[in-house]
Design a protein around this ligand. Structure first.
Ligand code: ADP
Ligand code: MG
Length: 277
């Protein structure tokens, strides 16, 4: 008979269904290395939060997950990033398809200067997979419902998205991201331009969305990370002596509750308790 053993943290970590496996990831800008040797696994249908001081490479890290760094000609990336077992940076991989499957929501809501309907229909239209008419109407409605926006906008789908409040615009951007049927949604400080009520709505929405999607969120708001995420990765800045520059490193990653109550590393402890240095 199998011995009965308590699963330790390591076995739990290795049995979580992995959606991303990052190994020794480095991202270089022309003058320095923005993140150094990051290794990290991300599980499906969880919310993983990236926290850490400004400039520690959180946005750079997030952009690596859907090859948005490709759009910065001077950025260079080394190491491996597997998505569902496949090398995301393999030459045969189409970055446009990557960004359809791994959608992104930005810091500042950035709806197109189009109608509410057309913002959501935009991605499905260019992919050519959804025909006009009721099929598109249904997709727009279901996307807006999933983004908890339908009831507020169903009577004004043809009016401009720019007339909405900031919080509504951000939920519209979420609806736009999920309309293309992604697997993962990346969010870079999605509430930083929003008031507390709009922020609360997005946080509530995120916990709904994780049933269907995997979410990676960058936030400078530690309370937000503690409220919404299952796992938290804490990044910090280190001096690279040999290059006379600063770089971002992953200090530790683990269950959010543990990171905020009993982290392994003193640097994490200092950060979460507001003591720096
Ligand atoms: N396109 C870029 N070119 C050069 N340096 C950049 C670029 N984007 C970010 N950086 C630098 O890389 C470091 C990490 O930036 P970023 O990933 O935005 O950090 P965070 O999101 O944690 O604030 C910072 O020093 C920033 O100034
Ligand atoms: Mg950032």
């Amino acid at each position: 008979m199998e011995p009965l053993t308590q699963p330790n943290e390591k076995t739990i970590a290795t049995t979580r269904p992995k959606i991303f496996e990052v190994t020794n990831l480095n991202v270089y800008y022309p003058d320095f290395r923005a993140i150094r040797d990051v290794s990290l696994n991300v599980a499906a249908n969880e919310i993983t939060a990236f926290i850490g001081p400004s400039g520690c490479g959180k946005t750079t890290m997030l952009r690596s997950f859907n090859r948005m760094n490709d759009l910065i000609p001077t950025a260079k990336i080394t190491g491996t990033l597997l998505y569902r077992g496949a090398d995301l940076y393999n030459k045969t991989v189409d970055p446009v398809e990557v960004r359809r499957r791994i959608g992104m929501v930005f810091q500042k809501p950035n709806p197109f200067p189009k109608s509410i309907y057309d913002n959501v229909a935009y991605g499905p239209r260019i992919s050519g997979k959804v025909k006009k008419g009721t099929e598109m109407d249904d997709l727009v409605e279901s996307s807006l419902r999933k983004a908890a926006l339908w009831e507020e906008v169903k009577d004004r789908l043809k009016s401009s998205a720019l007339g909405m409040s900031g919080g509504q615009q951000q939920r519209l951007c979420i609806a736009r991201a999920i309309a293309t049927n992604p697997d993962v949604v990346l969010m870079d400080e999605p509430c930083s331009a929003l008031d507390p009520i709009a922020t609360g709505k997005i946080e509530e929405l995120m916990t709904q969305l994780k049933k269907e999607y995997t979410i990676l969120i960058v936030t400078h708001n530690m309370q937000q990370a503690a409220r919404v995420s299952d796992r938290t990765a804490f990044f910090s800045v280190e001096v690279e002596e040999e290059h006379d520059s600063r770089t971002g490193v992953l200090v530790e990653e683990g269950p959010t509750e543990k990171i905020f109550s009993n982290p392994n590393d003193q640097r994490t402890e200092n950060y979460i308790t507001g003591r720096f240095g």
